[in-house]
Design a protein around this ligand. Sequence first.
Ligand SMILES: [Zn+2]
Ligand SMILES: [Zn+2]
Length: 215
Amino acid sequence: MILEERALPPFQKNGYVLGCERTREGVVIDPGDEVDGLLEEVARHRLSITHILLTHAHLDHVTGVKRARAALGAPVWLHAGDLPLYGAVVEQGRMLGFAVEAQPAPDRLYEPAQLLTFGDYEVRVHHTPGHCPGGVCLQVGRRGEAGRQLFVGDTLFAGSIGRTDLPGGDYDTLMRSIRDVLLAFPDDAEVYSGHGPATTIGEERRTNPFLTGEA
Ligand SMILES: [Zn+2]
Ligand SMILES: [Zn+2]
């Protein structure tokens, strides 16, 4: 699978481009300020993007949606739980001191057990609230196989967990999502977070102080 990642200051939020090396279909995950870099990767790999997938609607994950949607002509997907946050992206920016443009409404809302495909690959969508009400984990793998690549948004990071002090955040809900959804994946499942380096479920199970009880 083609996997490209870009991030830019100030948020250093990871945006991702995934692609099928055979069919050249692909998806874009969380286009933010680094959207031009993501579009460069789409062009460099000659990908046709079938879906724009959002892990959640905090402003750092959505500021590039308008540009990505216009450039790629692909539907934008979001979990319904984050529609209020998404609709308030301009206010989110104002609270943090950034001038942010309103973004086009999502085209589609994830259904329970949502399954999407690009070429020979599939994306299974798991609801993981806690960091915000509509957070999801995108489980990616070859069609018909148990995907081992997890795009977790801001639910889990290498050595840390998502913050829960923002509107709609809840610590107990976040921990339940991590335990019941993310830690149910095998140790070799790769974790691609919204910020910072990639990790694995096994590494976090063993060493993440928030999961080992040391935090
Ligand atoms: Zn977030
Ligand atoms: Zn973020």
